[in-house]
Ligand binder design. Structure first.
Ligand code: DSN
Length: 412
């Protein structure tokens, strides 16, 4: 019996979501479309297996095949991120948030001082937000972007680090549209004797594709989710670290935070990492950056103010203050038009996180559909039309439905 026959309610909802994903312009910069092969690997009987422990040292029998899968995923991580021999890999974190928490658990004591980017300037909840376990457990001190340039000010970051002497400094962002100078971060960490940690979740695919500098090999620890630009499965993550941190971090992952790893996700991660080694993936990563730059230029030509004046990576952070619409209302209006973005705080925002001044948009998913610079002008003009007059949204949605048919999304 098929799922359609045995559980039509869930089957129909899945079809509806597939149709939604096919019909819209997906511009949330942390989302993407995985390949058919990644989907195939994740929906396998690997999900049935318990494999607490690590390859060769499991707490359950019957893990010979699972060990091979996990080891293959690890060796592919090593190739994709060009890891030196004295680096260690853990592919078991359930997602990006657990991965970050596990690094802190492994390397810090509660109450230790840690430095990271402020959430409202583009950090992440697990970079010590007050409402997150990380902010409640450790003494996070935040840096932000410069009020003048809206870019990272490394001199100011050094000043703060020198004053507070953190045990660990986190670099890596969820809403920062510029290239990160990991070398400068490492210099700062070295000057104050801090562990350097990069959360590359957003830009892992750009690093793998060679279009963003990597923090490897000179950083101490690097975490990343598997999805986003890397185009692997959600519900997976990777920790890479210098060997001297490996025992503490492995113990924090299991048994510290987690039980049995999700080996179906690890297999899907391995599949996506094989894809990430291909020449096509490099082209995709290059195209993401070209598309974002083109979209940014068109939006600026239409009078939108972009945080930091543009983008070097896969995302754009837009300040809507001069358009007299809030981030929340813009997100809704654009959604009605088939353009999916997310409302987002902008640096020094005077509004609240639930109804902030900005929206965040990016090009990974539409690049995976094969869209190029030519399409970015069209997309910018639709965004402009909807933000200028929200009433045009239903007409734009129809146009976009026709338009997206020319760009089949992988996996749907
Ligand atoms: N929530 C993710 C994002 O959208 O950027 C980060 O984990």
């Amino acid at each position: 019996m098929t799922l359609k026959q045995s559980d039509p309610e869930i089957y129909d909802l899945i079809q509806l979501e597939k149709k939604r994903q096919a019909d819209v312009l997906e511009l949330i910069p942390s989302e993407n479309y995985v390949s058919d092969d990644v989907l195939k690997a994740i929906g396998t009987p690997l999900i049935n297996k318990y494999s607490e422990g690590y390859p060769g040292k499991r707490y359950y029998g019957g893990n010979q095949v699972i060990d091979e899968i996990e080891n293959l995923a690890i060796s592919r991580v090593r190739e994709v991120f060009d890891l030196p021999l004295d680096w260690h890999v853990n592919v078991q974190p359930y997602s990006g948030s657990p991965a970050n928490i596990e690094v802190y658990m492994g390397l810090l004591e509660p109450g230790n001082t840690v430095m990271a980017m402020d959430l409202s300037h583009g950090g992440h909840l697990t970079h010590g937000s007050k409402v997150n376990a990380t902010g409640k457990t450790y003494n996070f001190v935040h840096y932000g972007v410069s009020p003048k340039t809206e870019k990272l000010d490394y001199t100011e970051i050094l000043k703060i680090a020198d004053r507070i002497k953190p045990k660990l400094i986190v670099s890596g962002f969820t809403a920062y549209p510029r290239e990160i100078d990991f070398k400068k971060f490492k210099e700062i960490a070295d000057k104050v004797g801090a562990i350097s940690m990069a959360d590359i979740s957003h830009i892992a695919g750009l690093i793998a594709g060679g279009v963003h500098p990597s923090p490897i090999p000179f950083f101490d620890v690097v975490t990343t989710t598997a999805h986003k630009t890397l185009r692997g499965p959600r519900g997976g993550a990777i920790i890479m670290c210098k060997d001297k941190y490996s025992t503490a971090i492995d113990k924090a992952v299991f048994p510290g935070m987690q039980g049995g790893p999700h080996e179906n996700v690890i297999a899907a991660l391995a599949v996506s990492l094989k894809e990430a080694k291909s020449a096509n993936f490099k082209k995709y990563a290059e195209q993401i950056v070209k598309n974002t730059k083109a979209l940014a230029t068109h939006l600026q030509d239409f009078g939108f103010r972009l945080i930091s004046g543009g983008s070097d990576n896969h995302l754009i952070l837009m300040d809507l203050t001069n358009k007299n619409i809030s981030g929340k209302d813009a997100e809704k209006a654009l959604e009605n038009a088939g353009i999916v973005v997310n409302k987002n705080m902008i640096p020094f925002d005077k509004r609240s996180p639930f109804d902030p001044s900005g929206i965040r948009l990016g090009t990974p998913a539409i690049t995976s559909r094969g869209m190029k610079e030519k399409e970015m002008g069209k997309i910018a003009s639709w965004i402009t039309a909807v933000i200028t007059d929200v009433k045009v949204a239903p007409d734009v949605a129809e146009e976009i439905k026709r338009f997206t048919k020319n760009f089949p999304a992988p996996g749907l």
